[in-house]
Design a protein around this ligand. Structure first.
Ligand SMILES: [Fe+2]
Ligand SMILES: [Fe+2]
Length: 255
């Protein structure tokens, strides 16, 4: 299975949104060979969560080929945007299947706040879906569960990160997909790979890290993650991970 993991598009009529970069990135995603079985978008689709942005975002996201799944980010929940998200893109939280892979999408946002939160009241529903007989389980949420280096001052790890970490680790979730920090990053914790996608088309990149997305190739529990730099049209294998073979290689940082 191949997933194009994209995040933090920040589609808006304002300068924050790099439309040309978006188009370049969209062509790169749509031209992947082999093509992606799923385009997973881990939130911050808009900038202010307002109606004209949602209208533009719907048109832009339609241009991705194949199956697309989206979860909201903190920017999407601003100004009652959480209501528009459901109207334009469907449920804020879901359990879906692609082949023998189960995907749980979570809403970590709180209206008009940048901080993230899942909430104990949802743990039962999450755990119930984690126990489905899927070969592989993927959980997606916008906010990060562990700190992300090279992304600026640390803030906005979800306030119940400990509780959510406990849930995903004890149920041996294979992969967590996150965004928010605008930096591609991966870290292994026990048998789980925690993966952040960089920003796809926001002007708020970090230092020399430009706009990017992740290409995830999964065969059973063997995962390869390639970071794709949109401006440079350049791929770099970031991580090779196989929990069954206890193998984890992170090549993201220069040797
Ligand atoms: Fe963002
Ligand atoms: Fe965010």
């Amino acid at each position: 299975m191949r997933i194009a993991h994209i995040s933090d598009l920040h589609i808006t009529q304002a300068n924050e949104f790099k439309e040309k970069t978006f188009e370049k990135g969209r062509i790169a995603v749509n031209s992947l060979e082999p093509s992606a079985d799923l385009v997973f978008i881990s939130g911050d689709i808009s900038y202010e969560g307002i109606l004209p942005e949602y209208e533009l975002a719907r048109e832009k996201i339609k241009e991705f080929k194949g199956t697309t799944m989206l979860i909201p980010g903190n920017h999407d929940a601003r100004h009652m945007g959480f209501q528009l998200f459901e109207e334009f893109f469907g449920r804020l939280e879901f359990y879906k299947r692609v082949g023998d892979v189960g995907i749980i999408g979570l809403d970590s946002t709180e209206p008009d706040k940048d901080e993230g939160h899942i909430g104990r009241d949802k743990y039962g529903w999450i755990e119930q879906n984690l126990k489905n007989p899927d070969k592989i389980t993927i959980v997606g949420l916008h906010h990060h569960l562990v700190p992300v280096p090279n992304s600026g001052r640390e803030q906005n790890i979800i306030i119940d990160a400990g509780g959510v970490l406990d849930l995903v680790l004890k149920n041996e979730v294979t992969l967590i997909l996150m965004g928010h920090r605008h930096v591609p990053h991966a870290v292994r914790v026990h048998n789980t790979l925690m993966l952040n996608a960089g920003t796809f088309s926001s002007a708020r990149t970090r230092a020399h890290l430009g706009n990017s997305f992740n290409i995830i190739d999964m065969q059973n529990k063997s995962i390869t993650v390639t970071a794709y730099d949109i401006e440079k049209s350049k791929e770099k294998v970031m991580v090779e991970f196989d929990s069954d073979k206890d193998m984890y290689i992170n090549r993201y940082y220069p040797q």
